[in-house]
Write a protein that binds this ligand. Structure first.
Ligand code: MV4
Length: 445
């Protein structure tokens, strides 16, 4: 097992990883930017190294600084958390070269899944269902229009380097093709330095349901059931839950098997997520694979009684997994609490937290790095806490979420708590009757 892990991240996830390391008897090294020197991850780690100024590209994305910090402190592994360097193939490779274990997949695996058209090809070969569309990249508008004749409009063109909605356009007819093609390519080139595009049938009104998987170094893989992430706004998840209200035992079996097949076919090592689109007929299609621990991982931990970070560290150290799959025994919901003003188009609201009261009680977990008197810097992601509720049934979980949100006091800044309170009172949400379109029509009072 590793003796010392450097956590190349900040905020709640850095703290989350430090906690598990402590429970495993592993020493921890925090890295921090000058904007984060008062952060809890710095206080709770065994050692801390300043790696640069506030700007992410000069600190949490500064590879030479992070590698130097690991070498100086004698860390034998680096946990990248999510975001920042977590899906950076170069970084994984550089860790390897320095004989520091990157807790995550190899550079080759990250590259393979990071290119979306390529990832899709891999899934076709593994016989995982994918959306009908182009075989790989399309090279011209003419080719796109020809393909759309067979597939039938609407179609969607997506950046192969994309993800999170950037470089994506829905096309409804031949007339629109050129214009949308040009703008998608331009956007992709600017955002990713890669304007490769692929094409798919556009699935209208889908659900976003993802399967958590884990693979070891010996070719074994398991799934840990699903998370429903359909409540999103501008490709930012707001709430996640498991089980999905749309799930059936039969669908879970089909999706779980497909996800395990995907993981085994690429000999995936580590924790990962296979994202699917699910249509109203409960047909599902591979969308993307995430090769990192995700923000919403705690809801899976809650319903199957499993520490995903602990198991992630164990498989990175060479431990074998059993290969059995895991099924939810409870219901869990996560609300992401962001420092944003929901009444002002979710505009970021950094600043000093004057008063803080964190809810508690049975079935209530709050993952956060903030405290009373803490100043949220404007430089990073606006998520400041995750409120994770566990109960026997969905109805009880929603009721408990309302209670916990009511106890949550954050003064001095705006947060998304008022939004979540209204969501938990929303008739459609209460029925579990929502898709990725839900937020388009949600009206905040
Ligand atoms: C789609 C789709 C419908 N049909 N692909 C959005 C983010 C990117 N990862 C893929 N996305 C979508 N791909 C086909 N063929 C609809 C979306 C989509 C979406 C997906 C998941 C969650 C929220 C979404 C919001 C708008 C569009």
């Amino acid at each position: 097992m590793f003796k010392k892990i450097l956590i190349a991240n900040r905020g709640e996830i850095a703290l989350r990883i430090i906690r598990t390391c402590k429970e495993m008897g592993i020493k921890t090294v925090a890295v921090y930017s000058t904007a984060d020197k008062e952060s809890l991850h710095v206080r709770f780690a065994d050692e801390a190294v300043c790696i640069g100024p506030a700007a992410s590209n000069l600190s949490y994305l500064n590879v030479p600084s992070i590698i130097a910090a690991a070498e100086i402190t004698n860390a034998d592994a680096i946990h990248p958390g999510y975001g920042f360097l977590s899906e950076n193939a170069k970084f994984s490779e550089i860790c390897d070269k320095h004989e520091i274990k990157f807790i995550g997949p190899s550079a080759e695996m990250i590259n393979r899944m990071g290119d979306k058209a390529n990832a899709k090809k891999t899934m076709v070969e593994a016989e995982v269902p994918t959306v009908p569309g182009s075989k790989g990249l399309i090279d011209s508008v003419e080719e796109g229009i020809r393909l759309s004749k067979d597939i039938k409009y609407p179609v969607i063109i997506k950046a192969t380097a994309g993800g999170g909605g950037k470089g994506m356009r829905i096309i409804w007819s031949d007339d629109e093709f050129q214009e949308k093609w040009d703008s998608a390519k331009q956007e992709s080139a600017a955002a990713f330095g890669n304007d490769g595009m692929y094409l798919e049938k556009f699935i209208e009104n889908p659900r976003h349901i993802e399967i958590q998987i884990i693979g070891d170094q010996y070719g074994n893989a398991s799934h840990l059931s699903e998370r429903d992430c359909s409540v999103q706004r501008r490709h930012q998840k707001l709430v996640e839950e498991t089980p999905s209200p749309f799930m059936t035992d039969e669908l879970r079996e089909r999706m779980g098997n497909a996800a395990v097949k995907a993981a085994k076919s690429i000999k995936y090592e580590g924790v990962g997520t296979i994202e699917f689109l699910v249509d109203s007929n409960r047909d599902f299609y591979f969308m993307e694979m995430n090769t990192r621990i995700q923000v919403e991982h705690p809801i899976t931990e809650a319903v199957i009684d499993y520490d995903l970070i602990k198991e992630q560290i164990k498989v990175a150290a060479g431990t074998k997994i059993s290969g059995k799959n895991y099924y939810p025994k409870m219901h869990a919901i996560e609300c992401r609490i962001n420092a944003e003003d929901p009444h002002n188009n979710f505009r970021p609201s950094p600043g000093k937290i004057k008063t803080l009261h964190i809810p508690g009680g049975n079935g209530v977990r709050v993952d956060t790095h903030v405290y009373s008197g803490y100043t949220i810097p404007p430089n990073y992601d606006s998520m400041i806490a995750k409120l994770i509720i566990t109960a026997r049934t969905r109805e009880e979980a929603v009721t408990k979420m309302r209670r916990a949100l009511g106890e949550f006091v954050i003064e001095g800044i705006h947060t998304t708590i008022p939004f979540h309170i209204q969501l938990m009172e929303n008739e459609q949400f209460i029925k579990g009757d929502y898709t990725t379109k839900f937020m388009d029509t949600f009206v905040l009072k």
